[in-house]
Design a protein around this ligand. Structure first.
Ligand code: NDP
Ligand code: GUE
Length: 288
């Protein structure tokens, strides 16, 4: 029997925990604050931002959405980030990606106070993850949510082979670091990988984040493998689907995430979790 990993239910469970933590903070007069900066009018980004804002409200997190015109200058955008860096009511800052052409996303991310970097995209936090440094630091929410999903399976990861397909800053690279930090043997595949299928067939844990609809088929997967589909793609009918051919792969995998209802809801729940983490860490340090 294949386990269908229920991202929606896991997100519900995680959100319930986050809500409890927010309630405990409220008793001390503390409200976690999240600032979401969205530049331009990309419709997909607008939907994500609305979902994040709604979820934050449900959990008692104070979320501020700052909509900025696509024509904003780099300097003015940096100034908005500075404003939230200096605002003691804001614990997490997120700049929705992608930014319109002409704006330097890396420079904007590097301008965020690393202690308020709720996406875990700041180079200092990326480096801390890569080096597996001890202590508190934020990390990319999508792979962190995937680690929570793997934890829920209560399976032994140490020494097993993980294959990550994709090497983006938001998913593939931080995912590979987290799996390595969990003592797995990690392979990272990308467009130049030769014989991708031969590699993915060796994976005990296979994470796919490419944006290529149904790249991974039943015959690309080892029997019993855990398959995590990060893809959020549109099929020929405009329906949301993944990078994994679910109907085929489900016959062979030991566990698999669906799209929708898999990694996506856990990304948002993890963002909320990490906003509260940042708030608690700043309290511990006494910086607020
Ligand atoms: N559910 C969620 O929470 C999230 C979902 N997503 C979704 O995940 C998918 C990936 O997102 P993201 O990582 O941002 O995408 P990017 O486009 O930034 O990166 C895609 C990666 O996949 C690799 N790749 C592309 N085609 C192939 C191929 N045929 N074989 C092997 N590797 C390939 C690329 O390799 P190379 O580097 O060589 O070009 C690249 O590293 C998208 O569908 C996106 O919508 C993204 C973020 C969050
Ligand atoms: N700074 C930044 N941080 C991000 O975390 C970030 C970003 N930029 N840019 C875009 C990607 C994408 N992303 C998703 C969030 C939720 C779902 C999600 O909730 N998906 C639902 C379905 C939603 C639907 O039906 O459209 C699901 O999979 O079930 C998906 C994708 C966060 N991203």
């Amino acid at each position: 029997m294949t386990t269908i990993i229920d991202g929606k239910q896991l997100a519900k469970d995680l959100n319930a925990q986050t809500k409890d933590r927010v309630a405990s903070l409220a008793q001390r007069g503390i409200v976690p604050g999240l600032a979401v900066i969205i530049v331009g009018d990309d419709p997909a980004s607008a939907i994500y931002v609305r979902n994040k804002h709604k979820k934050a409200g449900q959990l008692g997190i104070n979320s501020v959405v700052r909509q900025l015109p696509a024509t904003i200058s780099q300097a003015d955008l940096l100034q908005v980030v500075t404003e939230y860096n200096q605002d003691p009511a804001i614990h997490g800052i997120l700049v929705q990606s992608p930014l319109p052409a002409g704006l330097d996303e890396q420079a904007v991310v590097a301008h965020i106070d690393p202690a308020k970097d709720v996406d875990g995209f700041h180079p200092l936090n990326v480096g801390r993850l890569f080096a597996n440094l001890p202590g508190h630091h934020p990390v990319s929410c999508t792979p962190r949510g995937i680690m929570t999903m793997l934890d829920s399976l209560h399976t032994h990861l140490r020494g097993k082979h993980a294959v990550v397909v994709g090497r983006s800053m938001i998913v593939g690279r931080p995912m590979a670091s987290m799996l390595l930090n969990a003592d797995m043997t990690v392979s990272v595949a990308h467009v130049y990988t030769k014989d991708l299928s031969a590699l993915t067939q060796q994976a005990d844990v296979l994470v796919v984040a490419t944006g290529v609809t149904h790249l991974i088929k039943e015959t690309d997967v080892k029997p019993g493998a855990i398959v995590i589909d990060v893809g959020m793609d549109r099929d020929e009918n405009g329906k949301l689907t993944g990078d994994v051919d679910f109907d085929g792969v489900v016959k062979r995998a030991g566990a698999i995430t669906p799209v929708p209802g898999g990694v996506g809801p856990m990304t948002i729940a993890t963002l909320m979790q990490q906003t509260v983490d940042l708030c608690e860490w700043s309290e511990e340090r006494g910086t607020n």
